[in-house]
Write a protein of this length. Structure first.
Length: 200
């Protein structure tokens, strides 16, 4: 939430499941963001209205499954966040490719937690790029959680993007399915955001 608030531009946040995307979008709205979800359970009419609102800048945060990773005409995305890791290096490329289009600079972040390490190692073996890590404590500190490290890489002016990686000691969000809640400082984490690795 704090990252999106500081960003102040258009962003796509990618999740793995339809339920998780819907839940995250609702939580972001509760936190004051103009967020909408795009996932396969929506009718085509609702999807079209959602995309019209995002293109028209009436909605500035689109929380989506891979349905938004390719084939959609969106030219003004400033930031891509991989809230969940994709299933393949190809989907990582498609997701990150939503930003830095038509020569415009863009950024992308991929969140990682310790629970993500096995899946990330598998993606690396399958050809995903190594993502440089950058300390982003100065970027994000919100309540009970903070990012320990993250990658934030601006795209080249020619539209090509670079990839980076960010790590966090725990995932602050309440689990969608496999994640367990972890308290910090005697209080539970809020369920508004999680993991980190980047590309832009």
């Amino acid at each position: 939430s704090r990252l999106l608030r500081n960003h102040r531009g258009s962003a796509i946040v990618f999740g793995r499941t339809k339920y998780g995307v819907r839940k995250l979008s609702r939580e972001l709205r509760n936190l004051g963001h103009d967020s909408a979800d795009l996932q396969g359970n929506l009718s085509q009419n609702v999807r079209d209205r959602t995309m019209d609102a995002f293109r028209g800048l009436r909605t500035n945060v689109l929380v989506a499954t891979n349905v938004a990773a390719r084939g959609l005409d969106i030219s003004h995305v400033d930031l891509v966040i991989n809230y969940d890791l994709p299933d393949s290096p190809q989907w990582l490329t498609h997701r990150v490719g939503r930003t830095a289009r038509m020569g415009v600079k863009g950024r992308a972040l991929t969140f990682l937690t310790p629970e993500d390490e096995p899946a990330w190692r598998m993606l690396r073996r399958q050809g995903a790029p190594a993502l440089p890590e950058v300390d982003v404590k100065h970027l994000l500190t919100e309540g009970d959680w903070r990012y320990v490290a993250a990658s934030l890489v601006e795209a080249h002016p020619n539209g090509h993007s670079q990839a980076g990686a960010a790590r966090r000691d725990t995932r602050p969000g309440e689990p969608w399915n496999r994640r367990r809640r972890r308290p910090r400082g005697g209080r539970p984490y809020r369920s508004d955001q999680h993991r980190a690795s980047a590309g832009g």
